[in-house]
Ligand binder design. Structure first.
Ligand code: T5A
Length: 211
């Protein structure tokens, strides 16, 4: 196996990031890669504890300002980078991460100033950006229909309006347009196998670029 990469998977809620990450990790492992699968917020004991705080349904919007939320996410990310991502990359492992900095840019970025976001991001990542980010993209109403067709619970998705999901989608697409060398957008409405094949091809061309 060639050079190890740091790859993040981004997109709106329930868009299929975990499914793609898992399928791709198995394929890479089949070729002999040592893969660390991880997620944000989370990935270490402290960051998982902070995830529980962030996603605790007892808290609502008024309990934490957007800046507080971004700082908790940043603390989780810093710990994740220091304790897990950076050591794994130095050890020659591939790191496949479900969400990373672009989620903060897309979700929190609309509610805090650009300069605060930049400062928080610099402290959280220490400058570590993924070699490749795969952004899964779909119109939110199509995703809702997909969940309904599969008989899946739509409560969590529907708790926030379609307009909210559309705003997040637009922010992700703007971020991708600003960094086309790092972020590749894939249509999330393809089958899981089609997505794994497409991502695999992108990885091959990324390896060529970074080597
Ligand atoms: N957050 C996070 C921020 O606000 N800022 C930040 O900086 C960060 C890091 C939790 C929340 O935190 C916020 C964003 C979120 O609101 P999360 O746990 O990643 O983040 O939440 P979700 O994105 O909702 O995670 P999910 O696990 O629910 O969604 P996935 O991983 O995108 O989707 P997945 O793979 O689990 O698939 C969902 C379902 O769809 C099916 C699967 O079988 C599964 O049932 N599926 C497909 N069906 C058809 N075709 C495909 N291609 C499919 N792929 C998957």
């Amino acid at each position: 196996m060639t050079k190890n990469l740091f790859i993040s998977f981004e997109g709106g809620e329930g868009v299929g990031k975990t499914t793609l990450l898992t399928g791709l990790a198995s394929r890479l492992e089949g070729r002999g890669a040592d893969v660390v699968r991880t997620r944000e917020p989370g990935g270490t004991p402290i960051a998982e504890a902070l995830r529980n705080v962030l996603l605790d349904p007892r808290f609502n919007e008024e309990d934490a300002s957007p800046t507080t939320e971004a700082l908790i996410l940043a603390a989780a990310r810093r710990n994740h980078v220091e304790q897990k991502i950076d050591p794994a990359l130095k050890n020659g492992n591939w790191v496949l991460c479900d969400r990373y900095i672009d989620s903060t840019r897309a979700y929190q970025g609309s509610r805090i100033s650009g300069s605060d976001l930049e400062k928080i991001e610099a402290l959280a990542t220490g400058g570590l950006l993924p070699d490749l980010t795969i952004l899964l993209d779909a119109e939110p109403s199509d995703l809702l229909e997909r969940r309904q067709q599969r008989g899946q619970n739509t409560d969590r998705f529907e708790r926030r309006s379609i307009e909210y999901h559309r705003t997040v989608r637009k922010r992700f697409l703007n971020i991708a347009s600003a960094e086309p060398h790092r972020i590749v957008v894939l249509n999330a409405l393809q089958t899981p196998d089609e997505l794994i094949d497409a991502a695999d091809e992108i990885i091959t061309s990324t390896i060529t670029k970074v080597e």
